[in-house]
Design a protein around this ligand. Structure first.
Ligand SMILES: [Ca+2]
Length: 501
């Protein structure tokens, strides 16, 4: 069998609970469901830093933010950290990248290792977007999700004997949620079900979480809603009515943009059939992270609650994955690079030695892997996010529990734009409390579990070479691509990996 092709379709902010294969209560996604039916639905894939650029950098490099330097949307990918694309390109793969890049457009931050690429600057636009390629910047007429798919399919159609890897990165369903004209009739009846935790009162939560500025009630503004809040819904006493009103508009627009993704995924699947290459082409659908769809009264992401932490992941590869497979193993976006290399026939330890991830290919075949990690390590780095007010934190997520430490950063930011709180813990029992509304960090009944998880958290930080927060002098990854201290850190990391592997 020749080496498989890889089509990696990644959308932006598409939560698993807006995909019917994951049991969505709010929409129907027949083409995404087809991938799940004909392949695998991954049920515990988590991002390691829930925002756009960091997740993209982790996917490409197989490393955490503190290694690749992309800790926030304000940082660019360190060109010295190799990617799985570099590795595949060097070993005979044809490589293409289309759509949202969001890791810098200039100089060394541009897409590298790709035979062909065409990207949006920054976040990109939905309608008639500007796009950048090797010839410069120009406007492309049409709707972004269709355009990105067209570009990828045209490139796949080019004559070549080589296997290919196509990165198909959609703008949707990221803000500002502008649908394709043909989907504007969908979900417009105002009856989209509200989530169970919609009116969460945050009673047991940390102050840091109680005060994030991601609420539908007070933080979703007229720019997102494309209209002003009517006079009769303003004021504290109208909070609940206002939330419900905003929710219907928000979700209608969000789900309409998702429908275009679903249609376009269907086009990709159909084209593979037509070309007769479906059997040996790995098709992956995922999103750079999840999103709060009114859950806990929020929109946006960043926090470690499951709606934001979980990445949907559907994978079809008829050559190896049985139809209707399900996988509950804890996997992170740092594992993707090693997995794709493995599927292409290469060992990440040899061809991408900086990778911190591990191939989950055996899990896709339904095999048990005895020593597969039972937890995901997470870190959100923005010490002073002026818009969303989300606190920096790190934590660990196992199958049964989640421990989160909001370490009080922002105290180190002169003139911080948000309220800063002393360090706080949250602990959730995911079996007893699957909606994560009951923080039991201070409950004596959970003292031993908390102690075990704290130990595990420290072990994972050590394993991945991340440093616990020790106050304002603790190193941060935002050293910038040209900084010598960063170079030294990456080289030290590569030395350590090589010494232990
Ligand atoms: Ca995103």
């Amino acid at each position: 069998m020749p080496r498989p092709n890889i089509i990696f379709i990644m959308s932006d902010d598409h939560a698993a609970h807006a995909i019917s294969a994951y049991g969505s209560r709010v929409n129907h996604t027949p083409h995404l469901d087809r991938i799940a039916d004909e392949g695998a639905r991954m049920d515990a894939v988590f991002c390691t830093n829930s925002i756009c650029s960091p997740s993209r950098a982790s996917v490409l490099t197989g490393t955490y933010s503190h290694v690749n330097g992309v800790s926030s949307i304000w940082t660019e990918l360190d060109y010295r950290v190799p990617t799985f694309i570099d590795a595949l390109h060097d070993r005979g793969y044809r490589t293409g990248m289309f759509g949202k890049w969001h890791l810098g457009e200039h100089g060394v931050s541009r897409p590298r290792g790709f035979d062909a690429w065409k990207i949006f600057p920054g976040q990109g636009d939905y309608i008639d977007p500007e796009m950048i390629d090797e010839n410069g910047s120009h406007t492309v007429t049409g709707y972004a999700t269709n355009i990105v798919t067209d570009l990828a399919l045209d490139w796949i159609d080019e004559d070549s004997d080589k296997p290919f890897v196509a990165m198909v990165h959609h703008k949707a369903p990221h803000r500002p949620w502008i649908p394709d004209e043909k989907h504007t009739h969908l979900y417009a009846d105002g009856n989209i079900p509200e989530p169970e935790t919609f009116f969460d009162d945050y009673a047991t939560r940390s102050k840091a979480v109680q005060n994030v500025r991601m609420t539908l009630a007070d933080d979703m503004g007229s720019e997102d809603l494309k209209q002003d809040v009517p006079e009769h819904l303003r004021g504290d006493e109208k909070r609940r009515e206002r939330m419900s009103w905003k929710y219907q508009i928000y979700m209608r627009d969000y789900l309409q943009t998702v429908q275009s993704i679903d249609d376009n995924v269907g086009r990709v699947l159909d084209r593979l059939e037509e070309k007769g290459i479906a059997d040996n082409t790995l098709v992956v659908y995922t999103s750079d992270q999840g999103f709060f769809l009114g859950d806990h009264g929020w929109f946006d992401k960043r926090l470690m609650f499951d709606q934001s932490l979980q990445m949907p992941m559907l994978i079809r590869w008829p050559a190896e994955i049985a139809p209707g497979s399900r996988c509950e193993a804890v996997i992170t976006n740092v594992d993707f690079a090693a997995t794709f290399l493995d599927i292409a026939g290469f060992d990440a330890a040899e061809v991408l030695p900086t990778s911190q991830g591990r191939s989950f290919r055996p899990l896709l075949r339904g095999e048990e892997v005895e020593d597969w990690p039972d937890a995901a390590y997470y870190r959100y780095w923005e010490h002073d996010d002026p818009i969303h007010g989300a606190p920096a934190h790190y934590g660990i997520r196992t199958k049964d529990h989640k421990l989160i430490y909001y370490y009080g950063a922002g105290l180190d930011v002169p003139g911080a734009s948000r309220e800063v709180y002393e360090p706080e813990w949250e602990l959730y029992d995911l079996n007893a409390d699957p909606t994560e509304v009951d923080n039991v960090a201070a409950d004596p009944a959970y003292a031993s579990i908390k102690a075990e998880l704290e130990t595990k958290l420290a072990q994972y930080q050590e394993r991945y070479g991340d440093e616990p927060y020790r106050g304002p002098d603790t190193p941060r990854p935002e050293w910038g691509p040209y900084d010598e201290a960063r170079l030294a850190r990456v080289e030290e990391y590569v030395r350590r990996i090589r010494a232990t592997s």
